[in-house]
Design a protein around this ligand. Structure first.
Ligand code: S3P
Length: 173
């Protein structure tokens, strides 16, 4: 059996892409950015996919993408924030590796995403109150999906990456 895949889940701006880069830099893990792969496949940005094809179409693409992934390749997959909302996605991840929830407070997320315009769900809703509300709605799904929870507030990506690997390699991990 090969090395387990790691799926990074969590809210927009929780640090999934940054931590995936740290896991690549520290441990040489191959890194997959799900949003970026879907953008490449579709030949347009996530914002345009939402506008032109609709959110339901995008969600189907996420599921198809996960189902096409191999098991046990030691990949780090940085997932879109909405991925764990679908049970079939959670099953697909669980059967292909370990699921790590990167948790950040609404304040941290707001500071990280406030100037960005690449996330259709936050366009017109770019405020801490909305982020907090959506995060609360999603929390039970993130929690239920996670094998490991890593709190990211105030930590560097390298610290979080090391913490994840230590915990995944621990006997109970
Ligand atoms: C989404 C998160 C985004 C992207 C899309 C929808 C979500 O990814 O997949 O805009 O539903 O939370 P990031 O979490 O990488 O920003």
């Amino acid at each position: 059996m090969g090395e387990t895949n790691i799926f990074l889940i969590g809210f927009m701006g929780a640090g999934k892409s940054t931590v995936a880069r740290a896991l690549h830099a520290l441990y040489g893990k191959d890194r997959i950015e799900m949003d970026q792969k879907i953008e490449e496949q579709e030949g347009k940005t996530i914002s345009r996919i939402f506008q032109e094809d609709g959110e339901a179409y995008f969600r189907r693409k996420e599921t198809e993408f996960l189902l096409a992934l191999p098991t046990d390749r030691g990949l780090v997959v940085s997932c879109g924030g909405g991925v764990p909302m679908r049970e079939e996605n959670v099953k697909a991840m669980r059967s292909r590796g370990k699921i790590v929830w990167l948790h950040a407070s609404p304040e941290t997320v707001f500071e990280r995403v406030r100037h960005s315009h690449t996330r259709p769900l936050l366009e017109g809703n770019m405020n801490a109150g909305y982020i907090q509300k959506l995060m609360e709605e999603r929390r039970p799904k993130y929690e239920a999906a996670a094998d490991i929870i890593a709190v990211t507030d105030g930590k560097t990506a390298a610290e979080i990456g090391k913490e994840i690997m230590t915990r995944l390699n621990a006997p109970e991990g």
